[in-house]
Design a protein around this ligand. Sequence first.
Ligand SMILES: Cc1ncc(COP(=O)(O)O)c(C=O)c1O
Length: 443
Amino acid sequence: MEKYSHLKIQDEDENGLPPHLKRNKIVALLKKEFDFENSHLRFTPEKGSGLLSKCFSYNAPNQAKDLGIYPFFREIEETEDSKVVINGRKIITVSTNNYLGLTKDPRVIAAGQEALEKFGAGCTGSRFLNGTLSLHNKLEKELSSFLNREDSIVMSTGFQANQGTISCLLGRKDIAFSDRENHASIYEGCAISPGRTVRYRHNDMDHLEYYLKKYSDVDGKLIITDSIFSMSGDIANLPEIVKLAKDYNATVLVDEAHGLGVLGDQGKGVTNYYNLEKEIDIYVGTFSKSLGSIGGFVSGKSKVTEFIRHKASAFIFTAALPPASVAGVTKALDIMIHEPERLNTLHENTSYVKKGFFNMGFQVNNNPVPIVPIKIGDEALTLLMNQLLFDDGVFAGVAVSPVVPPHEAMIRTSFTSSHNHEDLDQILASFSKFGKKLGIISQ
Ligand SMILES: Cc1ncc(COP(=O)(O)O)c(C=O)c1O
């Protein structure tokens, strides 16, 4: 239901207002209906008395639902390459991390089915005790060989790989230097460790150096960065990070969640793209993006992985990655290595779509990363734009506070090797139509 249509936004098309005035007018209309300043969709509910009062006074999602612009938890009924079926309608998705289109590859599915039949639905226990299958060890060997690392540990999610690794390495007297745009799993790993964390401004190497200098007398220093930042699609300045790490005797951990399968030779990640594999001490990755499944891993020197294997709570105190997922990932890795055309198509699609957005007047960078945030700013306007796109057949993700700072809300689009030019043209046309309608870009 297009409930938001009562806002009469259609009329704005005709009145010839300059884009920024049109945009302000629409934002004012939306804000009359929904108190975005004080009712962030995800957090910051009103305070009251009693533990659960915050839950009972948290009305923001319902307000957004009433207005017809609630963007979360959409129920997907079917999936097919670049399309999903929602509410019985087949639409294009740009809300996916299935960068190489491997999730539904018949070979991946067959490998998963075979493992499911052989080992059953799950491991019913921790890798530590009863949950290590030959499948896990095989995948660990293959990852290590692919990434040129001594050893790897397969964990149950990428989140746990970061959280478990960081929290067990960062001791009481140590300090982590973490980019402010790093993933939540890195924040959590730092937060639950006994060590201290400082957060340097996003990709700001002067700020990182300022902290490294300030804490130069601390013996155990860990610099942590995403290789590709999941919201902005920025690439970390690894060459400079490595140089600083050498200068200040720090260890480097890189989260290659969005780098694996996206950049570097055969999709080895940003560490390979910059030819810095030897300089990066710890490589963390996930199977939930390019490898199309679920799970995560950490790779490094055997002495380091062996320590993590016996110390990381997020690895030891949780059930092992299930057989079908492990086997599916192993097959996906093999396909990724042997079918480089997937990576080429991904890059072609990325460059095509970025050029399209840029020509329309959206601010996008020209790096080869398939995460393309469309910055809108105002949360209300972002949700409305997202809903208009959805109704027009384009399923995108939104990032609002606290995922991004307030007033820096964005629509996060991401592209895969499965999108074809028809899809990409339809997506661009939809963004153009509603970008103009809402005064986000010029006519
Ligand atoms: C940068 C980054 N690191 C780690 C993760 C966690 O990975 P997973 O979803 O496999 O737990 C994500 C996923 O959103 C991510 O974007």
